[in-house]
Design a protein around this ligand. Structure first.
Ligand code: OOG
Ligand code: NI
Length: 462
């Protein structure tokens, strides 16, 4: 029987998750409608709209977010995502950000090959509760949390077996694929199990995220995020449709230079009905407000140097905002960017601030010249063209902001204590799979294209 290949499993999973989320969170459906309209409008008026991804890719594109409690749960999630061709990329430590700290470390599962990204770029930002971090949890609470988490099962054994099989064979036959998809989507549905009121409230005093992860018996999609080509227009239009967004768009400012990295904004979902178990054993109905909607616009991936410049500009914007709290953040940031950030893609390329793939110009007229050795010369002399590489990852500060702006309480954190050390290596060891470095992935793609392009130019000139 023919196999349903990995990418089709991924595309089907993303679509079914999106359909499920739409029935669970109605405002998400509004968001998809508005994002779709805006993408059509931009595609209709801007001949360059497909420069950072074809309209069909962008329209289908989503990222999701989930949160798990233990390294063992993360390892199982990694197995499910491996079946979908999604690998852990990047390490994000959200525990001591300058925007409210959250007791999690995170990675993102996503396709890494360009062909796979083109077929379907679905990614899931996945956070792991750090129960051993003494800034948040004392030893007693840690041990009760660990015991609670050890009793629950997020992924049924049948799902994990099918996932292993799919990873090994790069797909599943039709009936197995159907079963796998059903079980996988179910694993991320909001659970109807009663929530232990006292336990949930105890964790919520520490952090609403800790309660959302460790206070319930299952995990769930926390949000799903479509991609939009004009996020400023979307922000306004959602307001007109009566959905209040958070107070700003996170990430780089709107400006007239190239779009880089990632801009995101979100809205809080409505409270959802949930069953509670009271201390006296009665089951009552209540509500929790834990899920939300988010939307994003993606730009060009920055090199480490470009990223350092971006981070410095963000820090400088913060400093100015602290001095002039009433100033408009977007305007302050824009002024700084106009002074200090490369204004064109060409400049980003020749200053090695952003990643591009390079391609020989096939019909360059023969003028007796030989291709120069430097990238700037090759680009201005019309030998090579540069195509931007899209940023496929996340920004820790925006992530912390998204977590934070959607939480109810401030939570508590004891800054006098030290946290547990966590890094990409430790996360890799916990899940027994390498957590990949996003910069290395972009650089490899760029270098491959440049080598090929120079090879072609050399052969033509010889
Ligand atoms: C994840 C928040 C981070 C993003 O887009 O930066 C995120 C979460 O709320 O679990 O999804
Ligand atoms: Ni998100």
């Amino acid at each position: 029987m023919a196999l349903v290949p990995t990418w089709r499993l991924r595309a089907a999973f993303a679509r079914r998750l999106s359909d499920m989320y739409g029935t669970e969170v109605p405002a998400y459906t509004t968001l998809l409608e508005v994002a779709g309209q805006i993408n059509d409008e931009v595609a209709g008026r801007d001949p360059d709209a497909g420069r950072l991804g074809s309209i069909s890719r962008v329209t289908a594109e989503r990222h999701g977010a989930i949160r798990v409690g233990t390294p063992g749960e993360l390892r199982q999630a990694a197995q499910v995502f491996a079946a979908l061709g999604m690998h852990p990329v990047g390490f994000y430590d959200l525990r001591d950000g300058d925007i409210g700290a959250v007791p999690v470390v995170s990675t993102a599962f996503r396709p890494t090959d360009t062909d796979e990204l083109d077929r379907n770029p679905f990614r899931v930002f996945t956070s792991l509760l750090t129960a051993s971090d003494r800034r948040f949890f004392d030893a007693d609470l840690e041990s009760r949390l660990t015991a609670f988490l050890a009793r629950r099962r997020l992924f049924p054994p049948e799902l994990l077996e099918l996932a292993e099989q799919a990873e090994k064979a790069d797909g599943l036959d039709e009936p197995a694929a159907e079963r796998f998809l059903t079980l996988a989507v179910d694993a991320f549905r909001l659970s109807t199990e009663p929530v232990d009121r006292a336990w949930y409230a105890e964790l919520e005093r520490i952090s609403a995220v800790a309660a959302d992860i460790g206070g319930v018996a299952a995990t769930h999609v926390n949000h799903l995020t479509p991609r939009v080509l004009d996020i400023d227009a979307l922000y306004r239009r959602m307001g007109e449709r009566g959905i209040t967004m958070i107070d700003r768009i996170q990430g780089p400012p709107r400006w007239d230079g190239p779009d880089v990295l990632l801009r995101q904004t979100s809205f809080r979902a409505l409270a959802e009905p949930r069953a509670f178990r009271e201390p006296d054993g009665r089951v009552t109905s209540g509500a929790l407000r834990v899920r939300f909607g988010e939307v994003e616009a993606r730009g060009i991936a920055l090199t480490r140097a470009g990223r350092a410049r971006y981070d410095a500009l963000t820090a400088e914007t913060d400093r100015r905002m602290a001095e002039h709290p009433d100033a408009d953040r977007g305007q302050s940031a824009r002024a700084l960017w106009q002074r200090d950030f490369p204004r064109t893609e060409h400049q980003l390329a020749v200053e090695r601030q952003a990643f591009f793939t390079y391609h020989p110009v096939p019909d360059r007229p023969r003028d007796g010249h030989h291709p120069p050795a430097d990238l700037a010369g090759l680009l201005t002399g019309g030998w090579l063209t540069a195509r931007p590489i899209v940023y496929e990852d996340f920004l820790p500060r925006s992530a912390a902001g998204i977590f934070h702006s959607n939480l109810t309480g401030e939570g508590t954190r004891d800054a006098r204590r030290t946290g547990t050390r966590y890094d990409a290596h430790r996360l890799s060891a916990a899940i027994d799979r390498p957590v990949l470095d996003p910069f290395a992935l972009y650089a490899a793609q760029q270098d491959r294209s440049l080598r090929q392009a120079l090879g072609t130019l050399g052969a033509d000139a010889a």
